[in-house]
Design a protein around this ligand. Structure first.
Ligand SMILES: NC(=O)c1ccc[n+]([C@@H]2O[C@H](COP(=O)([O-])OP(=O)(O)OC[C@H]3O[C@@H](n4cnc5c(N)ncnc54)[C@H](O)[C@@H]3O)[C@@H](O)[C@H]2O)c1
Length: 332
């Protein structure tokens, strides 16, 4: 693309749409040209804040001045919008999960590949500075051969039940980030997965057919193992830690705390609380993700994580859900 600035539209101005709109507005290489949302109040707020035009999805697709769309609407709307964006030849950044079903993602992937538009899946954690540095050091081989990866991911509190019922369940909504991180760090595809889960936080989640506590073990062909631990509750805040053990040592990333101040007295040492939730913890990651997408599209470079990464993570999430419901390991 022979431009020095990308014109972008944000579709869906809820929690994550607002974050992406802010990153675009702050960028020197992108402009927030238009915003759309099914709810007028939601879209007016973001449009006013950033001086963007309010339109609808059809208006965005028909506007040749818009180069790229950021899909931040609920998951069950993504596939249809992706197909429209492909027809319109727009570059796409689509929030995770791309869809609840592997079949729908395969259909979207075929459309993306047929018209060859750039497509990024919104796995923002790959852009977290600490996790990105961890991956860089792994590829450099500083701890030798990877043997085990341990990923701990706990939310501070469960989302509203209305979110749970439309989320696709803990494996497709929450663990999918960790499954993508497992692929990102391993550099080798998992071939087997075993998952266990239960409802220990809120029985209403169980009555809605979901679970709030889950563990998964993934294995690769060469025998590397990943353990993922998820909970919809952590009494001490948002808990996001990763440890990788290798033949020559260990790398780990701890929680990002609200301040670096540590207090000591007769009862021991006390650190600051963790960041409250994902919007604060991954603020830098969301900005870096948008910057990477904008630069890749402007310079015609490959976009990563791409739609295949979204598809493979979904396959793992489906397999984890199947393993939990059958009590059996699933071979991929
Ligand atoms: N990468 C991340 O860290 C992350 C974090 C949160 C959410 N997400 C994903 O982002 C997506 C949105 O999640 P959210 O938490 O922002 O949801 P949200 O409910 O806060 O926002 C969704 C917005 O889309 C609007 N909307 C609904 N249907 C629409 C339609 N047909 N056309 C236009 N607008 C429509 C709603 O009015 C709402 O404002 C989901 O797929 C979710 O999984 C990703």
């Amino acid at each position: 693309m022979s431009k020095d600035r990308l014109n972008i539209a944000v579709l869906g101005c809820g929690r994550i749409g607002k974050v992406h709109a802010q990153s675009i507005a702050d960028s020197t290489r992108a402009s927030l040209a238009a915003v759309a949302d099914a709810v007028p109040d939601a879209v007016e707020l973001v449009a006013k804040q950033h001086g963007a035009r309010v339109t609808d999805i059809g208006g965005i697709m028909a506007d040749d001045a818009i180069d790229a769309v950021i899909i931040c609407t609920p998951t069950d709307t993504h596939q249809d919008i992706i197909l429209q964006a492909c027809d319109a030849g727009k570059a796409i950044l689509c929030e995770k999960p791309i869809d609840m079903s592997v079949d729908a993602i395969e259909c979207a992937k075929a459309a993306v590949e047929a018209v060859n538009v750039p497509f990024m899946t919104g796995f923002n954690r790959r852009f977290d500075p600490d996790f990105a540095e961890l991956e860089r050091q792994l590829r450099e081989g500083v701890i030798g051969d990877i043997e085990t990866v341990t990923i701990i991911s706990r939310d501070p509190a469960p989302p509203p039940i209305s979110y749970i019922t439309s989320s696709g369940g803990i494996f497709r909504d929450m663990m999918i980030h960790d499954l993508d991180m497992a692929r990102f760090l391993l550099g080798e595809e998992p071939v087997r997965i075993f998952a266990a889960g239960s409802c220990l936080v809120d029985s209403v989640i169980g009555k809605a057919g979901d679970i709030d506590t889950a563990n998964a073990i993934l294995e690769t062909e060469s025998g590397r193992q990943v353990q993922i631990t998820n909970s919809r509750r952590a009494t001490y805040g948002y808990d996001q830690r990763i440890e990788v053990h290798g033949s020559k040592g260990m790398l780990r990333v701890g929680n990002v705390l609200q301040t670096g101040v540590e207090r000591a007295d007769g009862s021991g040492f006390r650190k600051s609380p963790t960041q409250p939730f994902f919007l604060e913890r991954y603020g830098q990651a969301y900005r870096a993700e948008m910057g990477t997408f904008v630069d890749a599209v402007l310079h015609g470079q490959p976009v990563s994580p791409n739609i295949r990464d979204g598809l493979e993570a979904q396959r793992l999430a489906d397999a984890a859900a199947a393993s939990w419901s059958t009590g059996q390991p699933i071979t991929l």
